[in-house]
Structures are given as C-alpha cells and as structure tokens.
Write a protein that binds this ligand. Structure first.
Ligand SMILES: [Zn+2]
Length: 177
C-alpha cells in the first residue's frame, strides 16, 4: 500500500481566489467518526475544554460525522515552529481517497489564549478551523468567505471561527452523508 504523506495545509498563505461555498479535495475518512488525542504533554491542561468545544462545533446533532476523545494516533501538539506566519498547521496522510492519519500542531512561537483575548490566538477558534481540515475541507480565501470557519486567514483575538457557517456545515454534509 503506497501512502502519500504530509500534504500541508497552511492557515495564512495566499492561494488563488476560490469562489466555492466550501472546498473539498475528495480525500475523506472511510469511517463516520475519528478520535482526537489531546493527551500529548505539550498540550496545556487549560486547553482541554476549548479543544472539546471545537470538537462539539463539528459534532452538532445533525452532523454526519463526529469527533471523540481517544488515542488512536490522531494527535494535537503544541510546539515552537518559529515565526512562520502560521499559528497552526494540520498534516494528513492518505491512501487512495481514504485518510490514514491527521495531526495538528499549534505554533507556540505565537501567544495563545483560551478566552479570545486581544493580542493572542484563541485555541478554540483556531482548532475549530483545523478540525475542518481533519474533515478535509480546504481553506477558503475569497473575501466573501470571510465569516466562515474555513476562511484561511485568522487574526489575534479572533473568535468567529468557533461557530460554523452554513457553508461549513454544507461542506461536511456533502462529504459524509
Ligand atoms: Zn486552514
């Protein structure tokens, strides 16, 4: 089985403008759920609640897919990746169209908050976006997508990505129903 690895999804780079309401590569989980492992020692204890809330955003009652706390290797990490313009990054590997593994790295070069403080990136805000990448929704960069969780730009103090836009929900429904 040939495994293609390390497709990199970056939050803050500029890509050609997309006009889709959501964007999807065709790669997806072959299951209707995935575990999220927040147990790495690099993850502060104070982040566990906002992490759970990010999972809940995608686990809405009508959702065709759900995240659960588990330790099947799909992990969250916090590490200093330097001044690279990217507060968080999600890597995934897949075979054919099926996901094999997904991991997200928060970049602790930048300041983090769990309460939307100005001057800090908000854990729940950023992770809700990154979990969209776990579902293999892609970043959106058109200004008309600016209110969506999958909008590819973020800013210090931002919290609007915590709650999904209709188009984010349409995206997950299109992939997993
Ligand atoms: Zn992104």
């Amino acid at each position: 089985m040939r495994i293609k690895t390390l497709i990199i999804l970056v939050s803050l780079i500029l890509l050609p403008v997309q006009t889709f309401a959501y964007s999807y590569s065709g790669i997806h989980w072959s299951t209707s759920s995935a575990s999220v492992d927040s147990g790495d020692s690099s993850i502060p204890a104070s982040w566990i609640t906002p992490i759970a809330r990010s999972m809940s955003a995608w686990n809405a009652p009508a959702s065709p897919f759900y995240f659960y706390v588990g330790s099947n290797g799909h992990k969250l990490y916090a590490q200093n990746s330097g001044n690279n313009g990217t507060p968080a990054i999600t890597y995934y590997s897949y075979s054919g169209n099926s996901l094999i593994d997904v991991d997200t790295y928060f970049n602790t070069y930048y300041p983090w908050s769990t309460s939307g403080d100005s001057g800090y990136y908000d854990v729940q805000n950023v992770l809700t976006h990154e979990l969209g990448h776990w579902l293999v929704l892609n970043d959106l960069y058109s200004s008309q997508d600016a209110e969506k969780t999958m909008y590819g730009y973020t800013s210090l103090g931002e919290t609007k990505k915590r709650s999904l836009d209709t188009d984010d929900i349409n995206g997950i429904n299109a992939i997993y129903y």
